[in-house]
Design a protein around this ligand. Structure first.
Ligand SMILES: *Cc1c(COP(=O)(O)O)cnc(C)c1O
Length: 425
C-alpha cells in the first residue's frame, strides 16, 4: 500500500513479524555466524546476500537506510559514518584518478574542501560553477573525462536554491549523473529524484538526527541512471571487478549496481560505516522528521519576516519569503517550505554581528545547524575566520552573514530573544 512521507517516517524500512520487537533492534555485533563454509564463501563472492562483517553492512543500518530510501523515492541506499563520507563515496564510486567532475560553488565548506583540495591530491579534478550559470556556459565546462555533476538543494550557509532541472538536463546531455546533497531540504521538503537528479546524499547529522546526538551520512540511488548506456565512461560499474572474480556490477545487480559497488568496494576498503547504535538513534529521530520539518519551516518564516521588518537588520535571505530572489525556485522545488535555516546580517559589520550574537539567550553559538535547538554561527568569525573579507566574498559568503538555524522552541520566544539583542546594538 502506498504511504505518504509522514507515514513512511514511522513505518518505512522495518516491519516486525509475529512476536518480533516493535522498534528496530540494535544489532550490536561485528560479525555473523554461518553453518557451513560454503554458505559463508558465497557471501564473499557476492553470490548470496547476507551479513558477515559490520565494516561492510549491518542489519540495523540497512533498516534505517531503507527508510531514507523510501522517503526519497529511491531504489537502494546505504548509511555512512558522516555526511563527508557520503559525499566522498558518492563521487569516488564513479570517479578515479584522471577523471573530472563539476560542482556548484555554493556548497558546504567541508565539501568544497574535500572536492577542491583533498580529491585533487587523488588526481580527481573538480570545476566549481555558480548556481546561476547559463545552460550555454555550463555546457562548455564539460570535458570528455567529466563523470558527474554535484549540487546542494539548499546551500549551507548561504541558503540559496539549486536549479535541479537545469543541472540535470546538462548532466544527462553529457551522459553523466546528477548527484545532490539534500541535507537541508530533507526528503520531506524536496525529493530531487522527481526533478531528474540521479543520486542523493545526506549529512544525517542535521535535520534527520535533529537532536545533536550522532554524526552520520546516507547515500540513496534512484536506480534511474543507465550505466551500461555510457559504458566507456564508467568502467568501474561496466567492466569486470577483479577483486570479486570478475563480476560486472551493472550487469549482475542492475538498478542496485551503484550502491552494491559502494558497499562491496568502498565500505570494504575504507570502512566509513555508521555504528548500529547511531543508526538506531537516527531512526528514532526519523520518526518525527515530517512533524519537525513543518514546525522548523513555519517558525523560520515568522523569524525571517520579523528580521525583515527591523531597521538594524541589513538584509535577510530566506527563499520562503516572497521578497526573495530564490522564491520562484522555492515554489518549484520546495513548495512546503525550505528548512529552518535563515541567513541575515545586522548593520555594522563583523563587530556588530559579534556583539549581537553574544547578547542572545536562547539561541546558542555553535558549529552545528539544522537542530531542534536554535543555533547560530558567524562564518567570518568561526568556520571561515582565516579568510579576508575579499576571500569570503569570492567563496560566496558575505563577511556580515549570520547563519541562524531556527529550532523547535516557541517562535515567540525566539523572536523576543532576537529583539532584545537587536536593541543592544
Ligand atoms: C554538515 C554538512 C555536511 C557534512 O556532514 P557531516 O555529517 O558533518 O560529515 C555535508 N553537507 C551539508 C549540506 C552539511 O550541512
Amino acid at each position: 500500500m502506498k504511504a505518504s512521507k509522514e507515514t513512511i517516517c514511522l513505518t518505512g524500512g522495518y516491519r516486525p513479524g509475529q512476536g518480533e520487537p516493535r522498534q528496530v533492534p540494535i544489532i550490536q555485533s561485528t560479525t555473523f555466524k554461518y553453518d557451513t563454509s560454503d554458505a559463508m564463501g558465497k557471501l564473499f563472492d557476492l553470490e548470496a546476500a547476507g551479513y558477515f562483517y559490520t565494516r561492510l553492512q549491518n542489519p540495523t543500518n540497512d533498516h534505517v537506510a531503507q527508510k531514507i530510501c523510501d522517503l526519497e523515492g529511491g531504489y537502494a541506499a546505504m548509511l555512512t559514518s558522516s555526511g563527508q563520507a557520503a559525499n566522498f563515496y558518492a563521487i569516488f564510486n564513479i570517479c578515479e584518478c584522471g577523471d573530472h567532475f563539476i560542482a556548484s560553488s555554493s556548497i558546504y565548506g567541508g565539501t568544497y574542501n574535500l572536492f577542491g583540495v583533498t580529491m585533487k591530491k587523488m588526481g580527481i579534478e573538480c570545476t566549481f560553477v555558480d548556481n546561476d550559470i547559463t545552460p550555454e556556459e555550463l555546457d562548455k565546462v564539460f570535458r570528455p573525462n567529466t563523470k558527474a555533476v554535484f549540487g546542494e538543494t539548499i546551500t549551507n550557509p548561504t541558503v540559496s536554491i539549486f536549479d535541479i532541472d537545469k543541472f540535470a538536463k546538462a548532466a544527462h546531455e553529457h551522459g553523466v549523473p546528477l548527484i545532490m546533497d539534500n541535507t537541508f531540504a530533507t526528503p520531506i521538503n524536496c525529493c530531487p529524484f522527481e526533478f531528474g537528479c540521479d543520486i542523493v546524499t545526506h549529512s544525517t547529522t542535521k535535520y534527520m538526527d535533529g537532536h545533536s546526538v550522532g554524526v552520520g551520512g546516507c547515500i540513496v540511488d534512484s536506480g534511474n541512471f543507465d550505466w551500461m548506456a555510457h559504458k566507456e565512461k564508467f568502467p568501474g560499474l561496466t567492466t569486470p571487478d577483479e577483486s570479486y572474480h570478475g563480476i560486472v556490477y551493472a550487469e549482475k545487480f542492475g538498478k542496485a549496481a551503484y550502491i552494491t559497488k559502494a558497499t562491496s568496494q568502498l565500505m570494504r576498503d575504507f570502512g566509513s560505516i555508521q555504528s548500529p547504535m547511531n543508526a538506531f538513534y537516527l531512526n528514532v529521530s526519523l520518526e518525527s522528521l515530517a512533524v519537525r520539518m513543518a514546525r522548523h519551516c513555519s517558525s523560520a518564516l515568522k523569524v525571517a519576516k520579523f528580521l525583515e521588518s527591523q531597521d538594524k537588520v541589513a538584509w535577510v535571505r530566506y527563499a520562503d519569503l516572497e521578497s526573495s530572489p530564490d522564491h520562484a525556485l522555492q515554489q518549484k522545488y520546495c513548495p512546503k517550505g525550505t528548512c529552518g535555516v535563515i541567513a541575515f546580517a545586522v548593520k555594522g559589520g563583523r563587530e556588530a554581528a559579534i556583539r549581537f550574537m553574544d547578547s542572545l539567550h536562547f539561541a546558542f553559538i555553535e558549529t552545528h545547524v539544522a537542530d531542534a535547538k536554535t543555533a547560530l554561527l558567524h562564518p567570518a568569525s568561526h568556520t571561515h575566520r582565516q579568510m579576508s573579507d575579499e576571500q569570503l566574498r569570492e567563496a560566496g559568503v558575505e563577511p556580515d552573514l549570520i547563519r541562524f538555524s531556527v529550532g523547535l522552541e516557541d517562535p515567540g520566544d525566539i523572536i523576543a530573544d532576537l529583539k532584545q539583542a537587536l536593541e543592544k546594538l
